[in-house]
Design a protein around this ligand. Sequence first.
Ligand code: KG4
Ligand code: ZN
Length: 345
Amino acid sequence: MRVLGIESSCDETGVALYDSELGLLGHELYSQIDVHSEYGGVVPELASRDHVRKLIPLIDKLLKDCKSEQQVDAVAYTEGPGLVGALMVGACAGRALAYAWKVPAIGVHHMEGHLLAPLLEDNAPEFPFVALLVSGGHTQLVQVEAIGKYQLLGESLDDAAGEAFDKAAKMMDLDYPGGPHIARLAELGQAGRFKFPRPMCDRPGLDFSFSGLKTFTLNTVEANKQENGLPDDQCCADIAHAFQEAVVDTLVIKCRRALEACSYQRLVIAGGVSANSRLREKLEAALAKMGASVFYARPELCTDNGAMIAFAGYQRLAAGQQSDLSVQVKARWPMQELTPLEVQA
Ligand code: KG4
Ligand code: ZN
């Protein structure tokens, strides 16, 4: 089965073609970063309008490049959670294309897409596993028994990890999205100059909180600022380093705890922040000590993309699910509401 995947939940237009026999045939991504950068965050109305402009040309290019214009067996689109206007663009286009092509369509949960993306790689994890979902909108630890069998173990009580990266970056006048900028700057930072807190690690439980760390970062920036309102370059690098270490250590501690609580040996990390190389490195070292392994997707499949939607959609279609003709999108959608699905061979 050949599935066209469409992702449009936020500021990236992603499309991909997944073939159940041949794997990922191709994927295209258009990022709206330039549209939103002057506002320091995503402007929902501008996001919707840009998806309208870019989606169909992107699908055209994908199908031409994959020489698959006559051969799409189903369409998967992101149904939620996300920005309603942006979701509507992908959902309406996907539903309409499926109707015109007389093939089934399926609405996909964005976070299930992220969670399953590492299964697209050669080194795919087997079930069961613990998943750490770390994106711009979510920080969650999930016990995954099989596709669709999800139990929330813990989540952020305030900011998501990616959001914390974005806000810390903004404090130092770095562009949106801030995660990759902080990560690059952190490499130039001196270890040990600043010591940031590891929030909620001294008490039991699997929830997170990043707002205190955000305030700590702001206070450090303020205390070290020069006449131009910012700390000097080396100081910014040192702050970025201390911030990243604090976020990474906090995530590592909670992942180890979650694996122990479930008695599992496999951890999957997914979502934009899972592209962070320091997080991967520290998780690999910490998990090796407990005989566990960490799995993740290549960086371009960690951030929002169409491939994860095509793949997750395929899993549900192969199990006999499909969406009807009414187009529905959801701004909020707890992942535990998804219907369980036995793993397909
Ligand atoms: O999964 P994603 O593309 O979109 C959402 O579903 O939210 O995640 C975007 C988030 C942003 O907050 C971005 O700053 C963060 O992922 N991010 C990173 C890195 N690459 C992206 N954070 C830390 N290190 C990175 N290398
Ligand atoms: Zn995402």
